[in-house]
Write a protein that binds this ligand. Sequence first.
Ligand SMILES: Nc1ncnc2c1ncn2[C@@H]1O[C@H](COP(=O)(O)OP(=O)(O)OP(=O)(O)O)[C@@H](O)[C@H]1O
Ligand SMILES: [Mg+2]
Length: 1015
Amino acid sequence: MKRYALADEAYRSLRDQDKDQCILITGESGAGKTEASKLVMSYVAAVCGKGQEVNKVKEQLLQSNPVLEAFGNAKTVRNDNSSRFGKYMDIEFDFKGDPLGGVISNYLLEKSRVVKQPRGERNFHIFYQLLSGASDDMLKKLKLERDFSKYNYLSLDSATVSGLDDAANFRTVRNAMQIVGFMEDEMQSVLELVAAVLKLGNLDFKPESRCNGMDESRVKDKNDLKEMCELLGIEQSVLERAFSYRTVEAKMEKVSTTLNVAQAYYARDALAKNLYSRLFSWLVTRINESIRAQAKTRHKVMGVLDIYGFEIFEETDNSFEQFIINYCNEKLQQIFIELTLREEQEEYVREGIEWTNIEYFNNAVICDLIENNQNGILAMLDEECLRPGTVTDETFLDKLNTICAEHQHFESRLNKNSKFLNDHSLPHNCFRIQHYAGKVLYRVEGFVDKNNDLLYRDLSQAMYKANHSLIKQLFPEGNPAKVNLKRPPTAGFQFRASVGTLMGNLQTKNPNYIRCIKPNDKKAAHIFTDSLVRHQVRYLGLMENVRVRRAGYAFRQAYEPCLERYKMLCKNTWPHWKGPARQGVEVLMTDLQVPAEEFAYGRSKIFIRNPRTLFFLEEKRKQCLEDLATLIQKIYRGWKCRSHFLLLKKSEIVVAAWYRRYAQQKKYQKIKHSTTVVQSYTRGWQARKLLRELKYQKKCEEAVTTIAAFWHGTQARMELRRLKQEVRNKHAVTVIWAYWQGTKARRELRKLKEEARNKHAVSVIWAGWQGTKARRELRRLKEEARRKHAVAVIWAYWQGLKVRREYRKFFRANAGRKIYNFTIQRIMQKYFLGLKSNLPSMSPIDKSWPARPYSFLEGVHAELRRIFHLWRCKKYRSQFTEEKKAVYEEKLEASELFKDKKALYPSSVSQTFKGDYLEMVKNPKYQKLSSAIDEKILLADVVNKINRANGKSSPRLFLLTKKSVILADQKTGQVKTSLPLPDLSSVSTSTQSDGFFALKLKEVRRKWFEVYLFF
Ligand SMILES: Nc1ncnc2c1ncn2[C@@H]1O[C@H](COP(=O)(O)OP(=O)(O)OP(=O)(O)O)[C@@H](O)[C@H]1O
Ligand SMILES: [Mg+2]
């Protein structure tokens, strides 16, 4: 109820007084902060306006909670749904108080939980929700198995939590994501990343020795790596290399060093932590994209801060994360003290109100111990992380021991302060801080690493190369084009800066506090542990707060706004007060008869002791506002009615004017129409009269024309008859004339034809006579030409004779023969030389021969060709060895026997005759047979002997010697038949290409008269 009341007050002041609000929810882990924040949000959602758009915004704001809780909450020993991140949500409202949207800021997720969880605690909910709630199909797609024990990153001792249904929650989360506006593929990408983190945890490494004696890590079982790479679209070899090597980039050079197994595990965990925390930040950004207010108008803001609660683990389990969480709570306590205790008391003094100071513990000194820029713990941690040389958690603790030795809230065993030297509850590797909520022992191990939050660049570059839209966005520093050699800010530095911003933001708003008290440590209802509650009430400073509240005033306001707000309650101040504001307020209070002890006048503000008085004022104001509203309504209605009346009056005049005009127009049009009708009747009558007259006139004119036409017609017909008669007469004359002319013409024609026939006969006779004459002339001319030619020949001979007779004395008697011989000799010489250079090749089968140049050489030419051929054959033969000669002789003999007689012959020419085809002597199989035959074997081959009786064939060895033919069994080599050659009468061979031959025996061997064999 209290929470609703507070939420209501904050909402009303935001809506009515236009003041930005913030609700700070603080308390230990498990005290109920997150629940309270959800109640506040649902209350605000319930009271503000409705409408489709408003409801959508409200639903999205509310549904952002399950999504963030699934990814950012986990079961701890203190709380089954402990927030492991800080959340500050600004809800934005319009002037009516309807929500427009929101912006969420998240603070340092406890990412170390991803890889390791303290005893009895779980990893983030989403891992368990995914494995329990996803369908088999989805798990297969994500390459996951339902069994928690298959994943190293999931602690098993409290995997299932009673009262927590992971499967149902998974459905709620998916539904919430859909409402918030996540696309289906975005949800899938998010789950792929979650699955990849689980797979990453299953990677194991083994050492592999290198030639330089160093150990290099190698992924042991590559199946998980392969599946993870497939999920994220990363090339397996790239990621595998990033787990074995580390590249250090200086300004100009790159050095690659190998990672040992421990470093590889460190790199694996760093990647898993970064992957998850970046995914979480991305989720917050994505939710903000959906819920951010669209309108750019000025809006009011209500901030709700739900941050991880103060945490003290057993003994030495507190680490860097708890340190950061507790620092944050320390800061919130600080702001509470500042605003409720210190500032409040100082204000009374400042305003001159009588006040007895109330003592309280101010934790500013602890905040200073942690965050001081020079010698605060966080600053020293950063200094240690950034300094060159060997840096370890121990060197950091040494530094703390030196610098914070004198601080009253810092305790350490090795402190210069001798107080703790013998304190055995304080181990050597720990330090203790006295927080406002109690002493916390921090183990220093991991502080440096966690603060550095180092992710090897090779890994971020491997992630950037992934073919996965989301993962690429998460590792922008992996982009080789944007290599930044600067060290990223440390985790502590980032957190300090964001807490600073948050505090600044909170101070600009009107604060409202919800202080959650944890009733017991058992996570159980209806149990109230007094000591625990007392402790919380004490350290939260609630007693002091109550005391200040009791002694002080519940409400205060500057005079001007107070007068502005309540001036309508007094006639003197309404509607305007001319004097100073304070006087106005005094007049107002007097007029309202508020008892003097209920308020006090400060220098610039009025202080009201009890809320009762304020409620009284507010109630009065509300009534007054109602009266004023009625007055305004009355005046407005009066004004509206009058305006309406005036408008009606004005409209009536306009309507009347228009109507009169219309009636006059109608009347005028009627008269005009009647006039037109009368006029048209008169005009019609006149026109008809005129028409009748005109018609009569026209008829008379037509009668005259008809009579004239008849008269002219009669005349014309008479003339026509006369003319026709005349034409008929003329025609008869023409016909007779034509007949006469025809007769005359025919007679003339006959005469002309007779004449032409006579003329033709004359010309034929004439032509015959001319032909005879011409042939005679031709014969004469030919005779003459022959004679002329004979004369010319005789003349030439005569001239030759004359020349020879004349020149004979100059030549000897045999000169002519010599010239002839010389010429012939030259020709022959040329012929032989030409033949020499054009001789064909030496191949005896070359048939080419040069062409004959002169016909008189025909005989010589053919003879030379024959001689040349014989000569080159002889040359060819002279190259033969004795064996070759024998082969050719055999070939020649075979040619004489078989050429043109057997179809098989041409194909057998190229094969050489071997005789002993079976190689009887060499082949051990036939040794016995060859030794049985003491003569030289001329031919040995396998033949098929055909049985004359049934035509069947059987293989036999066929052997020929000079004396006999032997047939032997092919398998055994036993002699079956031996025929002396004299017993053979003949051998017949087939003319076909079948290798068939028959041996004919003489009468002596009757039984064997014919043996048919074939090869
Ligand atoms: N008003 C309430 N009524 C009933 N149970 C409550 C209430 N507030 C808290 N709880 C119970 O306490 C548990 C812890 O509450 P919550 O998660 O809000 O704690 P927290 O203060 O946010 O802790 P942390 O700092 O670890 O996040 C809840 O899960 C719920 O079971
Ligand atoms: Mg919480």
